[in-house]
Design a protein around this ligand. Structure first.
Ligand code: NAD
Length: 368
């Protein structure tokens, strides 16, 4: 029997509630499809600080290193907000994990089901058929990490700050490879976003993306778009895109724009893939909901578990190579929404169900 070995790090706030649903979904799907899950749970974030004095305890990090993937909840909350910024759960847990596993590719599916179209701030005529776009963001390069990065006082007394945007061919090649793989499971269309009319790094970006797509899979339809235009086109007609691939800062902004046009954080999953392969030969990855710990609703059975469940589906797709099973989970979530089950965040004020009930509805809709 195929055994899926991964660590689960529920974290804080709603993390444990939605993680419990995702694990039940995986267990049930496994029982019906001939695989089992072998997962260990570890503290991360605020609960890591409380129990071990660190947002990323050594035991948690070494368990992650022994696993094939990480299923992550979310971290942080008011209890830890007075800590110095560097010690706060999100920064002190997620950044070191990204570094330890060189998580260079961030995949953010922007999915809005037609049944939830009224949650989108876009015109009904634009989103009546839903939205299905995947944003692939380079996560470890560009202006956020380039050197020099400094602030200095000039001779005339004013201050001057410098950030440096820098990309190497190899960094662009590897993110393009991820975009090509993702596109090959979808409509085989990639739009690469840059600012090649102004930035040197974007001129290189455009050239390397073109060469890489040509080398990896010339049947992919590749287009290029300036980032200012892409930001406009996303709100004008999001479904003109299949896969967007872009550098770190542009991806940071565009992926959040995509999230907001899809209506609810409770529905959105994400994957961050590393440079290394796991023992199965697939990319090591961290899979987590796009939203945070939602302290306003934590512990009340009000959280929407879909984002965490869909993150588990991404884990099957990318770190275990189980496309059929990943799609089965996505279909079950879609059918749950189609059948009218709504958690509070997506109910538009009408009747809603709790986290547990939403999870049970998803499980009932998994293939027999
Ligand atoms: P948030 O995403 O936690 O909440 C924003 C709003 O969305 C809230 O009204 C919340 O109730 C709602 N929401 C989010 N996920 C939901 C879900 N699954 N079901 C229903 N409603 C949901 O953002 P925030 O309030 O800015 O941050 C709260 C805490 O989460 C902070 O401590 C922040 O640092 C942390 N955070 C962590 C991560 C992470 O772990 N990756 C990401 C973002 C925020």
């Amino acid at each position: 029997m195929n055994i899926l070995r991964f660590t689960n790090l529920p974290g804080d706030g709603i993390g444990p509630e939605v993680m419990s649903v995702a694990l039940k979904v995986l267990e049930t799907l496994g029982q019906r499809n001939g695989f089992s899950i072998e997962t260990t749970e570890h503290d991360v974030g605020g609960i890591g600080i409380d129990n071990h004095g660190s947002a990323l305890p050594d035991t948690t990090l070494s368990a992650c290193k022994d696993a094939n993937a990480i299923l992550f909840g979310s971290v942080g909350g008011p209890k830890w907000e007075s800590l110095p910024p560097k010690e706060q759960p999100e920064r002190a847990a997620l950044l070191p994990i990204r570094k330890a596993f060189e998580l260079f590719a961030n995949l953010r599916p922007g999915n809005l089901y037609p049944e939830l179209a009224d949650l989108s701030p876009l015109r009904p005529s634009t989103v009546s058929n839903g939205i299905d776009v995947l944003c692939v963001r380079e996560l470890t390069g560009g202006i956020y990490f380039g050197q020099p990065k400094s602030t200095q006082t000039l001779e005339n007394g004013e201050e001057q700050s410098i950030d440096t945007m820098v990309y190497k061919t190899s960094e662009i090649e590897r993110i393009t490879e991820i975009a090509v793989k993702a596109a090959s499971l979808r409509q085989k269309k990639i739009c690469s976003v840059d600012k090649a009319n102004v930035l040197e790094t974007s001129v290189l970006w455009r050239k390397v993306v073109s060469d890489s797509v040509q080398r990896l899979d010339p049947s992919i339809e590749l287009t290029h778009m300036y980032v200012d235009n892409a930001a406009m086109q996303l709100v004008r007609d999001p479904n003109q895109f299949d896969v967007l691939v872009t550098e770190n800062m542009f991806g940071d902004i565009l992926s959040d724009e995509l999230a907001v046009i899809c209506g609810s954080l409770g529905m959105l999953a994400s994957a961050s893939l590393g440079t290394g392969k796991n023992r199965l030969g697939f990319p090591f990855g961290l899979y987590e909901p796009a939203g945070g710990t939602a302290p306003d609703i934590a512990g009340k059975n009000l959280a929407n578990p879909c984002a965490q469940v869909l993150s588990a589906a991404l884990m099957l797709r990318y770190s275990f190579g189980m496309e059929k099973e990943a799609s089965a989970i996505e279909s079950a979530v879609k059918q749950t929404i189609r059948d009218g089950f709504r958690s509070g965040d997506i109910s538009s004020g009408s009747e809603s169900v709790g986290t547990i009930e939403m999870g049970e509805a998803i499980i009932e809709r998994l293939p027999a």
